[in-house]
Ligand binder design. Structure first.
Ligand code: BGC
Length: 738
């Protein structure tokens, strides 16, 4: 994987700007790193704590009035959580904020306004780890200046279910891509002395029945899919905490799951941080404590304050050993020490937030995360040959959409589209005031006319009388609700079809949190996936449409043709009364998530994982692969063969027949390179050894079989360019190794 410095060396102006921002943040982080061994410091502090102080440290409050309980008197109000510190020992308050796109806020009484990154799935679509780091560094800095030292971010549940309402918060369907992107975001956040929390551990891959669904999945399948994403994110990002999920896994709640928390996370991966519960995910005192939960969050979300008085009593009467409580506290304090939280106390200083600098980072992520899905006859980038442009729908005259729920960041200036969507959680629907239309108007000579898209016939009439039509289609997705199917909601497919029938130069811009189907695909000229593009989304969309930057995003998830292609055509639990327990069988696909399932079944997707067009073209030559340290090193040359600068995303898949793999091929690594017209560069990609291995549950080890492996250099999961073979000797390594 290319590291920040390498990527930047060859980058254009945008990348240089990121570089200075990132280096400034990183230098700050390095200079301020905690002195001394965090384990030893935590041990010494634990030894000095009273039982009450320890209990106080493992029990968290929701920082908002809720269920008749007033928010804590201290701490940042109307945010995710608060745990009082112990002043006499220098333990600071733990001040928790959501989430992965920035400093979130409760909607009432008046939400804090901060910078929003594009959705997590958009960051993943950039395939650019350096940008994920920069985004993390930006939101971590805003968190710190908002008074927070813990950020509940690093959401990497795998996109197993395209209808999942929280896919926008995560990083797609592939464990390597998710783990790397998530790990870099975590590193970026923590560069601000703010503890990051990777979540939701594990298998919280649908929202339908999220408190009651029992996910069934075998050990090996999990270690090669969802758990691998967490493993990679944790080893790369070293987050101070892990949030256990709402759902059950193989019969036990994720927050009292000895297998997940004690065996996989703490024993096999050697994780030294702490496990905090999701808000309302705890169901017991003794089983939860003994199964590895270290901190109960968000009281009064749970039915009982399990880790308060009840835990104290359980320790006093020996049901929970004193050593277990000490271990909980040790893990929490260690995370705070390791991240310099004691040396760098947080204060609420919003006036110090440089919103212009933050917005620039957000815009750069958005620009690289936008995916050009279709571009018939080079309809894009837009040119001044179009004298009149109709812009239709999506509130594109005033802003861009964001995803809903606890991760909601409220934009500076407020939503330009008030009163849409649910009045209560996970609503309201929030738009960010960055208008694609205004940003386009600044760049194009064309006369632009807006239509809200509510009346298909009227929109089509406008399109017919315009040189080109740009339709903005939206799909609001949110925590706690899944999508009923893969269609765009509110009759938008019909609007697009009518507009496309009226004008063959129709461009569709999608602002969705997940894959959607496109019944009108053959009839439109171009399709651009912009996801939820963040605080400067309008500018980013305009810059990509106008060709000021290349379209360089690639899909981090397969776009199916229909739900019939999915492992579960019907969503388990849909339609069941609230509170009914039910099971979902992830062993149907096991580790064959997303493109792996499509490959295995021979399904042809609408758009494949890794797909995305550029405004230029690339040629790949000289693919070579060699066995190295028990894995594979790959190299090849990439040439920009077009007439303009652009960014290539060469993907390296690996394949082995007869080795008991879950699917024909796996993503083993990738690169992202900025190339001027005519420029060539060599890429080197080190294949992650776990993508060459099978996890053997009996021995608890990864095993790489001896024999011949095929290395596939590709532009997408369905677009191989060239292959080479390499022989590997047999090798095995520990569950937590690589
Ligand atoms: C979500 C978490 C979030 C927490 C605190 C829960 O509903 O699942 O992702 O961090 O609330 O707001």
């Amino acid at each position: 994987m290319r590291h920040l410095g390498n990527t930047l060396k060859h980058g254009a102006l945008a990348m240089t700007l990121i570089a200075s921002a990132v280096h400034a943040m990183a230098a700050d982080g390095a200079a301020g790193a905690a002195k001394g061994d965090p384990d030893a410091r935590a041990r010494a502090t634990v030894a000095a704590m009273t039982l009450d102080e320890k209990i106080q440290t493992v029990f968290g409050y929701f920082s908002t009035d809720f269920k008749g309980t007033a928010k804590p008197k201290e701490g940042v109000p109307f945010t995710a959580g608060f745990i009082p510190g112990v002043e006499r020992l220098g333990i600071p308050h733990q001040q928790l904020t959501d989430a992965g796109t920035g400093v979130a806020s409760q909607p009432n009484p008046s939400p804090r306004q901060r910078t929003a990154l594009p959705a997590g799935i958009a960051t993943a679509a950039s395939w650019n780890p350096a940008l994920s780091y920069a985004g993390g560094a930006m939101i971590g800095k805003e968190a710190r200046l908002s008074g927070h030292n813990v950020m509940l971010a690093g959401g990497i549940n795998l996109l197993r279910e395209p209808r999942n309402g929280r896919n926008f918060e995560y990083a797609g369907e592939d464990p390597l891509l998710s783990g790397v992107i998530g790990g870099e975001q975590i590193r970026g956040i923590q560069s601000n002395h703010v503890v990051a929390t990777v979540k939701h551990f594990a298998y919280n891959d649908q929202e339908t029945g999220r408190f009651k669904v029992n996910v069934k999945i075998g050990d090996a399948a999990g270690r090669m899919s969802d758990l691998l994403a967490f493993q990679i994110a944790i080893e790369r990002g070293n987050p101070g905490s892990v949030m256990c999920a709402y759902n059950l896994v193989n019969g036990a709640y994720a927050c009292e799951n000895d297998y997940l928390l004690n065996k996989v996370l703490k024993r096999d991966w050697g994780y030294k941080g702490y496990v905090m519960s999701d808000w309302g995910a705890v169901h017991s005192t003794i089983p939860a404590a003994l199964s590895g939960l270290d901190q109960q969050s968000g009281w009064p979300f749970d039915q009982s304050p399990y880790f308060n008085g009840a835990l104290k009593e359980a320790v006093e009467n020996g049901h929970v050993p004193q050593a277990r409580l000490d271990d909980m506290v040790q893990r929490i304090l260690r995370a705070l020490y390791a991240n310099g939280a004691m040396e760098h106390p947080v204060r609420v200083e919003p006036e110090k937030i440089d919103f212009a600098a933050s917005a620039l980072v957000s815009q750069q992520v958005a620009e690289e995360g936008i995916v050009l899905l279709k571009n018939r006859d080079g309809l894009l980038p837009l040119s001044d040959t179009h004298r009149t442009i109709a812009i239709i729908g999506g509130h594109a005259d005033v802003g861009v959409l964001s995803g809903g729920g606890s991760s909601q960041v409220y934009p500076i200036g407020g939503s330009p589209v008030p009163n849409e969507g649910p009045k209560v959680f996970p609503g309201p629907i929030v738009y960010l005031p960055s208008s694609p239309m205004q940003a386009l108007a600044k760049r194009l000579k064309a006369k632009i006319v807006y239509h809200d898209g509510k009346d298909a016939a009227a929109a089509a009439r406008l399109a017919a009388s315009s040189d080109l039509a740009l339709v903005f289609a939206t799909q609001w997705t949110a925590e706690s609700i899944d999508q009923p199917d893969l269609s765009l909601p509110n009759g938008q497919d019909a609007v697009i079809a009518a507009v496309a029938a009226a004008n063959k130069r129709t461009v569709v811009v999608l602002e969705t949190g997940s894959p959607v189907t496109m019944p009108w695909l053959d009839d439109v000229g171009a399709v651009v996936q912009a996801w939820y593009p963040g605080s400067r989304g309008g500018e980013a969309i305009a810059r990509v449409l106008a060709g000021e930057v290349d379209a360089s995003g690639r899909l981090p998830a397969t776009f199916p043709r229909s739900v019939d292609q999915l492992p579960r055509p019907a969503l388990d639990g849909a339609g069941l009364p609230e509170g009914t327990r039910f099971a979902t069988d992830y062993d149907i696909e096991g580790a064959a998530v997303g493109y792996k399932w499509f490959d295995k079944k021979g399904h042809k997707p609408l758009f494949a994982f890794g797909h995305g067009l550029s405004y230029t073209s690339f040629k790949y030559t000289g693919l070579a692969a060699a066995a190295k340290d028990g894995a594979i090193d790959v190299s090849f040359s990439v040439t920009n063969t077009g007439k303009r600068a652009g960014k290539a995303v060469p993907q390296v898949y690996v394949s082995k027949t007869g080795a008991g793999w879950e699917a024909p091929k796996r993503l083993g690594g990738w690169d992202k390179l900025a190339l001027q017209a005519g420029e060539s560069r060599t890429s080197r990609v080190a294949i992650d050894p776990r993508t060459l291995a099978v996890f053997d549950s009996a021995s608890g080890k990864w095993k790489i079989a001896a024999g011949e492996y095929t290395v596939i250099l590709a532009e997408a999961a369905d677009a191989p360019v060239t292959t080479v073979k390499v022989r590997l000797p047999a090798r095995e390594f520990a569950a937590g190794g690589r």
